[in-house]
Design a binder for this molecule. Structure first.
Ligand code: ADP
Ligand code: F6P
Length: 330
């Protein structure tokens, strides 16, 4: 028989992502609508182990949907990777009367949720990461805002790069995944896009292209490089030495994680947070919410963590085809 849930806990874990506040707000308000109590756990699993737990009312999430970051703060917690830490976490949940938890974070955070579920605390994961690297879902909270932020920044770098007739390597986040780089590469009309998943790039070919384009009068050469490929500064030095064209590396960094969430991130995060609260209220556990084939769905965490997704080869091919250095594009 499904366990009756009286109190729901909510935490954010791993890297923050714009839209996490919309998800927290939805968990809090949907749980309250369903007649449950809500507790906010500060600073991810680290706050759980330190018992940094607060009661949450509908008012506590007022004026938060438009704010970047996470009002519950976030952290990475080594202690929670140990069996002892996980058992202590489950005991603390019981001590505070928390029967179910919504964990908003990435794959790593879901592994923590899985451990809590095995220890009898009902858990639901909500995908929150700018990296889009969670296999069971085509959408993760924060990706839309992050790619828009990066796209605007790359447009700005392009202005100055063109004025100085330089080559620019712009490194975007994504850890080991190239989704941000691929999307920005297409959106910014980059001449080259370097992805960790498609390590097929040939630096000499890039150098030849830059020289050819310059001969044809092209004023800039934008290379969007994923952080999983890295080495942007040394690559810039090598390209400048080989082409004689001034080359600069710009690492966009954490600015990609901040800022007010886009409409899509606010709405999708609200849907996912609400669904997570409903799933807990229905007695579900060890599930993760995802968005696939145009609808919000839930999956078993064990199955979700074993799913594999990669860069869509057609999207990558389109990106390459659109950046072809043909005469008409100069
Ligand atoms: P993300 O959730 O964005 O993938 P991390 O991989 O850093 O970020 O994971 C966030 C936190 O989740 C970790 O600091 C740790 O507390 C917890 N976690 C990660 N992996 C595990 C695991 N295998 N078992 C238990 N907890 C884990
Ligand atoms: O997972 C989100 C992310 O921003 C990655 O893109 C990046 O590799 C990492 O987090 C950076 O982590 P930190 O904030 O610890 O530097």
């Amino acid at each position: 028989m499904a366990k009756e849930i009286k109190t729901i806990g909510v935490l954010t874990s791993g890297g923050d992502a714009p839209g996490m506040n919309a998800a927290i707000r939805a968990v809090v308000r949907k749980a309250l609508v369903n007649g449950k109590k809500v507790k906010g756990i500060l600073k991810g699993y680290s706050g759980l182990l330190n018992e940094e737990i607060i009661d949450m009312s509908a008012n506590d999430v007022s004026n938060t949907i438009e704010r970047g970051g996470t009002i519950l703060f976030t952290a990475r917690c080594k202690e929670f990777m140990t069996e002892e830490g996980q058992q202590r976490g489950a005991e603390i949940c019981r001590k505070h009367g928390i029967d179910g938890i919504v964990v908003i974070g990435g794959d790593g955070s879901f592994r923590g949720a899985q451990k809590l579920a095995n220890l009898g605390i009902n858990t639901i994961g909500v995908p929150g990461t700018i990296d889009l690297d969670i296999s069971c879902t085509e959408y993760t909270i924060g990706f839309d805002t992050a790619v828009n932020t990066a796209m605007e920044a790359i447009d700005k770098v392009r202005d100055t790069s063109t004025s100085h007739e330089r080559c620019s390597i712009i490194e975007v986040m994504g850890r080991n995944a190239g989704y941000i780089a691929l999307w920005c590469g297409i959106a910014n009309g980059a001449e080259d896009i370097l992805l960790p998943e498609n390590y097929d790039y040939d630096e000499q070919k890039i150098i030849n292209n830059i020289i050819e384009n310059r001969k044809r009068g092209k004023k800039h050469h934008i290379i969007v490089n994923a952080e999983g490929v890295g080495h942007s500064a040394s690559m810039a030095r090598r390209i400048e030495a080989a082409t004689g064209i001034e080359t600069r590396a710009t690492i966009l960094g954490h600015m990609q994680r901040g800022g007010s969430p886009t409409c899509k991130d606010r709405v999708y995060a609200s849907m996912m947070g609400a669904m997570a609260a409903d799933l807990l209220c229905d007695g579900k556990t060890n599930r993760v919410v995802g968005y696939q084939h145009g609808r919000f769905q839930d999956f078993d965490i064990n199955e979700a963590l074993n799913m594999v997704k990669g860069i869509d080869p057609y999207q990558y091919q389109v990106a390459k085809d659109l950046s072809r250095h043909c005469q008409e594009n100069v």
